[in-house]
Design a protein around this ligand. Structure first.
Ligand code: ADP
Ligand code: MG
Length: 258
C-alpha cells in the first residue's frame, strides 16, 4: 500500500506551549486511521496544519508526494484533501441537493445560477453523492429542517464533492446521539471501502474507534506516544497510563472486555 500522507517531525508552538511536538506518521491508501488522545493533546492542531490553517514551526506534510507546508487551504482542498467541520457549514435556506450542487460548482469553478435549470448543474453527480450518504430521499428539503445526524451526512456528501483522496474528520460525531454516531462511522467505513479515499479521524468514543479504525496513533501533550493496530493500542502500557492519568483508562479496559 502506498502512503497518501507522510508527516515528518511536525511541530507547532503556541506562546511557549508545544501543542504538537516532533510528530511523524504516515497514512496509507484506503486506510481509516484514528488519531486519539486526551483533550489538549494536539489533535486539532495537527488537522489545522494539514489543511493549511496553521503554519507549522517545523516539519513536513507530504500529500501524494508533494509538500503542503505553506500552501493555502483552498489549494490543499483542490489537491484532494476534504474536511468535515466540527461546526457544520451548510446554507440553511437552500435544499439538501442545492448544498451539494454549490460544492460541486465551486470545485469545478462555476457559479451557481438560480435561473438555469438545476438539471444542468451537476444534478446527477449530486444525486449520486446523496445516495451514497443515504440522503437522497431528503434531497428537496431545506437544510435548515434536517435532524443533526442528517446534517452531518449532508456535510459528508459536501466534503466528498471535490473527490478527495483524503478526508479529515475532527470529532465528526461530536454532539450526536449514540445511534447516529455509530451510523455515521459505519457510513464513513463504507465510503472508505467503496471510494478510493483515506480517512484521518478523531473520536472520543473508544467503542467507535476500536470498531472502525484500521490503525491508531496516540497523541499526548503534543507527542506521539504510540501507533499500531487496535489490539496493540489496547495492550500498550503507555497508552493505558495516559488514559489512567486522565481518569479515562477505565474506558479502555471496560471496552476491551466488552
Ligand atoms: P486537541 O484537539 O487534541 O484537544 P488542540 O490541538 O486543540 O488539542 O490543542 C493543543 C494545545 O494547543 C492545547 O494546549 C491548546 O490550548 C493549545 N492551542 C490550540 N490552539 C491554540 C491557539 N490558536 N492559540 C494558542 N494555543 C492553542
Ligand atoms: Mg480538538
Amino acid at each position: 500500500m502506498n502512503n497518501v500522507l507522510e508527516i515528518s517531525n511536525l511541530s507547532k508552538n503556541f506562546g511557549g506551549i508545544n501543542a504538537v511536538n516532533n510528530v511523524s506518521f504516515n497514512l496509507k491508501d484506503g486506510e481509516l486511521l484514528a488519531l486519539i488522545g486526551p483533550n489538549g493533546a494536539g489533535k486539532s492542531t495537527c488537522f489545522n496544519m494539514i489543511m493549511g490553517q496553521i503554519l507549522p514551526n517545523q516539519g513536513k506534510i507530504q500529500f501524494m508526494g508533494e509538500n503542503l507546508v505553506g500552501r493555502p487551504t483552498r489549494e490543499i482542498w483542490r489537491k484532494g484533501i476534504g474536511r468535515t467541520f466540527q461546526i457544520t457549514a451548510t446554507y440553511p435556506s437552500m435544499t439538501v441537493i442545492e448544498n451539494v450542487q454549490i460544492a460541486l460548482l465551486s470545485f469545478h469553478n462555476r457559479l451557481f445560477s438560480f435561473f438555469k435549470k438545476t438539471k444542468n448543474q451537476f444534478q446527477d453527480k449530486a444525486e449520486s453523492l446523496l445516495e451514497l450518504v443515504g440522503m437522497l430521499a431528503q434531497a428537496d428539503r431545506p437544510a435548515a429542517v434536517l435532524a443533526y445526524g442528517d446534517l452531518k451526512r449532508l456535510e459528508l456528501a459536501i466534503a466528498l464533492s471535490n473527490e478527495p483522496r483524503l478526508l479529515l474528520m475532527d470529532e465528526p460525531t461530536a454532539g450526536m446521539a449514540p445511534k447516529a454516531r455509530i451510523e455515521l462511522m459505519a457510513l464513513t467505513s463504507k465510503i472508505v471501502a467503496t471510494k478510493s479515499v483515506s480517512v484521518l479521524f478523531t473520536e472520543h468514543d473508544m467503542d467507535i474507534v476500536f470498531t472502525h479504525a484500521h490503525r491508531l496513533i496516540v497523541l499526548n501533550r503534543g507527542e506521539l506516544i504510540a501507533g499500531g493496530t487496535v489490539e496493540e493500542i489496547r495492550n500498550n502500557q503507555r497508552v493505558q497510563e495516559v488514559y489512567l492519568g486522565g481518569g479515562n483508562t477505565f474506558e479502555l479496559e471496560r471496552r476491551s472486555n466488552a
